[in-house]
Ligand binder design. Structure first.
Ligand code: ADP
Ligand code: MG
Length: 700
């Protein structure tokens, strides 16, 4: 293949770059055998330069060392065989008119079939007499055993393809693993010219291979052990760099002047004593961590993770009280007006015994009230204000900001956080709260410069939400159940997914569902509607009406915040549950069961495959948001990791983000390096590498 490509390259008068003339920065478009169209396709995989190509790591390896004679094929397993194509037939399935390609394969001792669905072009890739290596799941059918949608490639004498671990890459149209193997294989010598961003001392101390060796072993491994060691080395480097950036940011932050809020034991005691409940151990530990941060000289940067209802607000309230008592102001920000109102009410109740009355500043606050609040804040006699984005508008001036609490931090951008920080004279302390926990290993990476507190236990007396997956044929039964709950005086949420891309706010799906429920299913019940196109005011009114018992069912989209306490709501129905992420489903489920009544979550699905069913069952059987988050990450794979990009971090190509041990090793190594070389002058590639992280960690 390379020869053909070279010839073509010369014919077309293009510059043919030999590996020896290539550098990591060389655009792939300049390579022999990569025409403009192919270069365009490679871009889809994020590959522009030779370096990108070398860092395009295999997803897995196909073990072509284990070739199975067709006679010994067994159904139900993925197997690989070396065969000759006897015949190929393209036709359509009789009922669904789906294009099918079938082939008969043979080897010295036997024969088997192969079938591909919806891939008519396969027929052009195969011809009788062709020798191929075929690999796929073997199923048993009417005419004996056959490979189902197997991968295949022509047997070549090239040792990259046969009789060893062959790399299987993330692919795209006409960029197959086979193609990539050939292309990358040719360019492996360029690996010698790739910068090694891991200092040799670290590499040696950690027992890791040099970069060039790691790339070679990742693409063309000697064996499984070498492939794993290569992956470890490349992953370690990614984690090391991110930890280095995070640790530098942490050192800078802790070295800067912050607002010091002294830890007044009496205030903490008085607060605990005023609560209508006993703090859980988790709340105690978290509160202690927060208060210790507040009292330390550098500004706090802490994330409090805990499922909905785990009691994060009480922890935040204690920190707010401590801050205000020390003479500083505290701002509590929520992503929506509804949530801001709720926080305001909760804090008001918790802090009233201490003579602290929070103000509420949201978009719909009247101009007169707003002016009054702004004056109070600027003059410094309003110590505590709860609100939305309205809090970061330019005319909001804070006299002596000491603590910023942000609920559901992921909804806030870096820029908004920065604006809040700028409102303060000294760097304020920062506490983020989230009910969408992320796994510990990931937190260590994504929130490198953030200290994490976790509330893993629920306050006593809370029953787990009984969660069921409801297939289409059990819908009627589920509606009967709902009717029973309503008859007992309970209320029900119905959440609809966003179905059409054009319907971003889900107005259409939720309106349709509302009409159906109101007119056909529950004509005798009161069904309320809530969607994202309604004015904030109307949303708040409808929500409040529902919370006050003015409706039996509330139909809403997931974009509409239902982060509101409606203790009387006992059923959460999620329509099209398969369209939601696991964490999101868990989050929605947390909206019910906030009272002594037994609560239920019904996950309505519209016909799903085995994998989808597994995901939903996982939600049904797992109560902890922490466990679910981890499972979610495992199921989705590292490709689409919870917001790495959203956090502005460079892509992680090699690191297993569930590998806590590796993340910790990298963190320790980064810390040790900075102890000796805080300015990163000892190893130049580190300096360069840090540029990619500045936008994430250098907020200040
Ligand atoms: P979160 O903010 O984590 O979702 P909240 O702070 O709103 O949770 O608490 C949920 C509910 O549990 C509230 O009604 C709160 O009063 C109550 N609560 C909080 N801590 C405890 C506790 N230690 N024991 C009993 N109830 C608690
Ligand atoms: Mg809360």
């Amino acid at each position: 293949m390379p020869d053909v490509a070279d010839a073509r390259g010369r014919r077309m008068g293009r510059i043919v770059k030999l590996p020896s003339a290539c550098w990591p920065e060389t655009p792939v478009a300049e390579l022999a055998g990569v025409g403009p169209a192919q270069a365009q396709r490679l871009t889809r995989l994020g590959i522009v330069t030779v370096a990108d190509l070398l860092l395009h790591l295999p997803r897995r390896y196909e073990d072509t060392r284990q070739l199975v004679p067709l006679r010994e094929l067994r159904p139900g397993m993925v197997q690989t065989a070396r065969v000759r194509v006897r015949d190929v037939r393209a036709h359509r399935s009789p009922q669904r008119r789906m294009p099918l390609v079938e082939a008969t394969l043979e080897d010295a001792g036997g024969s088997a079939g192969a079938i591909w669905f919806n891939q008519p072009y396969i027929a052009n890739q195969l011809a009788p007499g062709m020798e191929i290596l075929v690999s796929g799941k073997v199923v048993s059918g009417l005419h004996g055993l056959s490979f189902q949608s197997p991968r295949f490639e022509r047997v070549s004498t090239d040792p990259r393809h046969v009789g060893r671990l062959a790399a299987v890459y993330p692919e795209t149209e006409r960029v197959t693993s086979k193609y990539l193997r050939a292309l990358i294989g040719r360019l492996l010598p360029v690996a010698e010219r790739m910068p090694d961003r891991l200092p040799p001392e670290v590499r040696e101390a950690e027992g890791l291979m040099p970069m060039s060796e790691a790339l070679r072993q990742a693409h063309l491994p000697d064996d499984e052990t070498a492939a794993a060691a290569a992956r470890e080395r490349l992953g370690f480097e990614e984690l090391f760099l991110i930890q280095l950036a995070a640790d530098r940011a942490r050192r800078r932050r802790l070295g800067s002047a912050g607002v010091v809020v002294a830890y007044d034991v009496e205030v903490a005691r008085a607060f605990s004593a005023s609560l209508p409940f006993r703090l859980t151990d988790g709340q105690r530990v978290a509160a202690h961590q927060v208060l210790a941060d507040l009292a330390a000289p550098g500004p706090m940067n802490r994330l409090l993770q805990g499922d909905v209802g785990s009691g994060k607000t009480a922890v935040a309230a204690m920190a707010a009280l401590m801050t205000c008592r020390a003479g500083f102001q505290c701002v509590v920000m929520a992503p929506t007006e509804i949530l801001a109102r709720q926080h305001h009410a909760t804090l008001e109740a918790l802090l009233a015994p201490h003579g602290l009355a929070p103000r509420l500043l949201i978009g719909s606050t009247g101009s007169r009230a707003r002016r009054e609040i702004l004056e109070g804040l600027a003059a410094g006699h309003d110590p505590l204000v709860v609100g939305t984005h309205a809090l970061i508008e330019d005319d909001v001036v804070l006299n002596d900001l000491g603590l910023v609490v942000v609920d559901e931090q992921h909804r806030f951008g870096v820029a908004q956080r920065q604006r809040l920080r700028l409102k303060a004279r000294a760097m304020p302390n920062f506490l983020a709260m989230t009910a969408t926990p992320i796994p510990r290993s990931l937190a260590l990476t994504v929130y490198g410069d953030v200290d994490v507190s976790e509330l893993r236990e629920m306050p006593p007396g809370r029953l787990p939400v009984d969660t069921r997956v409801v297939p289409p044929h059990q819908r009627e039964e589920a509606y009967e159940f709902v009717r029973g709950q309503v008859a007992q005086g309970r209320q029900v949420f119905v959440i609809c997914p966003l179905i059409e891309e054009s319907d971003r706010l889900g107005v259409k799906s939720v309106t349709t569902e509302h009409r159906k429920l109101e007119q056909e299913v529950f004509p005798d019940l009161r069904v309320e509607l809530l969607h994202g196109r309604m004015p904030a005011r109307e949303k708040a009114e409808r929500m409040a009406r529902f919370a006050a018992g003015g409706a039996d069912l509330l139909v809403a989209t997931s974009v509409v915040e239902v982060g509101v306490d409606v203790p009387n709501a006992t059923v959460m129905i999620v329509e099209g549950a398969e369209r939601f992420g696991l964490a999101q489903l868990h989050q929605l489920r947390g909206r019910v069961g906030r009272d002594r009544h037994r609560a239920f979550c019904l996950l309505f699905e519209d016909g799903i495959d085995e994998e989808g069913s597994q995901r939903l069952q996982a939600v049904a059987t797992t109560q902890s948001g922490f466990d679910l988050a981890e499972l979610d990450l495992r199921l989705r794979g590292p490709g689409d990791v919870a917001g790495l990009r959203q956090h502005g971090l460079p892509e992680m190509r090699a690191a297993d983000l569930l590998d806590f041990a590796l993340a910790q090793r990298a963190r320790a190594a980064a810390g040790a390096w900075l102890e000796r070389d805080p300015e990163l002058t000892a190893y130049a590639p580190l300096q360069v590498a840090m540029h990619a992280y500045t936008s994430v960690f250098d907020l200040d």
